[in-house]
Structure formats: C-alpha cells, structure tokens
Design a protein around this ligand. Sequence first.
Ligand code: ZN
Length: 439
Amino acid sequence: MKRGVSTEQLNWEQYQKDFAALAEIGQNNTGGVDRLAYTEADQQAHGLLAKMAEEAGFEVKWDGAGNLWITRRGTDDGNEKMPPLILGSHMDSVPDGGKYDGLLGVMTAFHAMRLLDGAPQRRTVTLIVFRCEESSRFNCATIGSKLLAEQLNGEKLKSCVDKDGISAYDAIRELGGNPDNLFQERKYIKNAFGFIEMHIEQGPVLQERNTDIGIVGHIAAPYRLKITVEGTAAHSGACPMGSRNDALTGAAEVILAVENLGRQYSSQRIVATVGKCDVINEAINIVPGHVELFVDIRGIDKEIMSEVVGKLHEELERIAAERKLRIEPAILSQETPVRLDDDMAELLVEQCLPNRLTFLHMVSGAGHDTMYMAGLTRATMFFVPCEKGISHNKKEAVSDEAIQNGLKLMYSVLLRICNLDPDVEKEKEEMERRFMEAM
Ligand SMILES: [Zn+2]
C-alpha cells in the first residue's frame, strides 16, 4: 500500500461514540474508572463490546478464562498458508483508573476490523480481549493471557484472592469459565500469522520527543526484592549519636545505592526504584531499629540485570559493614525480559511511512499481555503518546490526533497483513532480484 489512510476514511464519529459508551462503564462520581477484572462493570463492558461485534457481523465467543474473542473471517479462512492475524488488549482497569489504558487498544483494533468493510480481506482476523490484565483485584496481573500461554493454571489461581476472599479461580468459574480448558485457543494462537497490541505509552517519551508512534522491541521484566535492614531500636533522647545502629539512615543509603545503580546503567536500559519503605514500630522519639524496603529493578537484558543485582548485593554488604547493621535481601519475583518479533515490527514500520507517522523504536517498561502472546506466536506492540505520560489515574488523557494516528496504523497494517500472500511476496522478491541482475 503506497498511500496512507485519510482521516475521512476513519469513520471517526462512530469510533468516538462507541469508545465513549464503553469508557463510561464503571465510571465513578469523581470521573475515574472502576472496572476491576471479572466484576459487574467488567462483565457489562464485555457484553456491550460483544453486542457491537455481533452488529458488525463478527463471530463472538468467550474462552475458558473469560477472554472475549471477536473474529472477522477472511476469504482464505481455513487456508493453512494464510493463517489468521490476532489483535488484543484488555478492558479492565485499576481502581479509580483512566479511560484509555487497555480500552484504547481494544477499541482501535475492533474499529480497524470494522473499517475492513468493502476492502479485500483474505486472512481471518481475531481480536482477543484479555481478562484481568491489571493486578489490582487479585494481586496477579495478565491472568487471561498467562492462562492462554500456560504460565498459570486453575490450581495456582485458587491462591489469587481479592480483598473479599474471592479467588480468581472462583470468579472465572462463576462466569461459567474453566481456566484449565484453553487447549483449542492456545493451538489457534500458535498457528497464527502473528499478534499485535496497541496501547497508550504510560510514559513521557513519545510526547517529549514529539513522535507519533512507539514501536516496542522489548518488554522489560521486573526483578523485585524486599530488603530488611535491622539495627537497634533506641530512645531518641537517651541514645548518643556515637552509640546508634539506626536502621533508617542505613536504609537511606540503600535507597541512594539503588538510584545510583539505575543511573549508572541507564544507557543499558536499566531503571531501579525503591517505591515502598516501611519503618516498623515508627515513632518520632525512637531511633528506628527495623526497616523494610521494596525494590523494583527493570531491564531488557538478563545478563545486565544480574550484573546490577550483583552490584546491589555488594553495596548492601558494604553498607551493613560500615553501619554495623544486618541487611537481608529476599527475592519477591524475578521475571524474564521479552524480546518481540522484528519481522512483525517491520510490518508496522512499513505502514508508518505512507501514513506520514513518525516513529521511535522503544522499550516498554510496563508489562503487557503481549509478553505472554510472544511465547506462542510472533508478537509486536505499538504505543501512542498519552499526555505527560500519566496513567493508572483518572487524569489519563490522549489527544484525538494520537488516537487517529493509532487507528490509521492499525487499519493499514491490518489491510496489509490480511492480504499478504507468502507465495506472491516470494515471487516479487525473485522478480526484483532478476531485475537487479539484469541492470
Ligand atoms: Zn494496560
């Protein structure tokens, strides 16, 4: 496709109307969105989208995890040489969250599928609306995609419990699902052409660089640890400065060491944060004796990550010795960074040019369902900018232009992949080669 998609082609009014109807579900009276996974609001959103999909003439089903599958069959459906393309994102939110996280990707994919009306479409396209991407309700993220990728199972879901004691397993069973019955769906994804997710960036990079699209090459994985710093609690008045074993001042050094390591390795895409610090038995008149720190380190390279973690351990030993404290790190979680597919990314790049979209290759610091799809098929992901990078917050905002850009890219790449015939491509390459030889 040489020409880009014009704004007039986007059927923008319908998009806005449908997006608004879904974004409204679960909205609280302060303007935030409470659409936690598997709750009534989440169900309502899935129901409304399914209705819209049926009205558009698409096939609709829910799988064993409660993920919604929307399929638009192509003319080559069933042809092994033309396997289906899969799109996906999520509709659940964090408590008091924003309108665009997840929903924008779902609606963009859905609307792009509708825009195929009247256009040639050989491959089948399926949109998967993953359940429970956010960890807010069950303290467990990306449940729908993890179940599909066999990174979770029904047994493990029984221990993911919300504040009312309901497990994710029971929530799925309640809807009539069976988290251990996803065999068919897994096979479908494994045999697919590939997977694409669009999402808001949730960071400030695209806006700061005035760029339309972020093409994600890697999804960084968090390494999380709890560091316990133990000193000796003492009376703040009676204990002289020279006799103290202050756990909090030691913890302060640890926090700075974490930040320093993040800075030192920032060119290798490391970010390091202490986001939580608990002083046990805290009081204004007690020299702190026990502090717990929670550290989140993210990167895209396993080796660099372990180098950083190794250096952090050295720092902990140094601080403990200098301050006569006991400092003990414990691993909370250790995930592997995910590298996404280059050929799929190339297909996105190819469609940015005719649409006059500027783009940047980037890393996603946040986790997404795409991480788990990447284990099953060739997966890629792209971002559109959000205002000041604010997300997981009701202040989340995305400009109309940014949404239209995402929609143009999604529609163009859909049109391209749906009609991309591997044999024809090979023939074209051969012709080009012969032409070059004859020159
Ligand atoms: Zn999201």
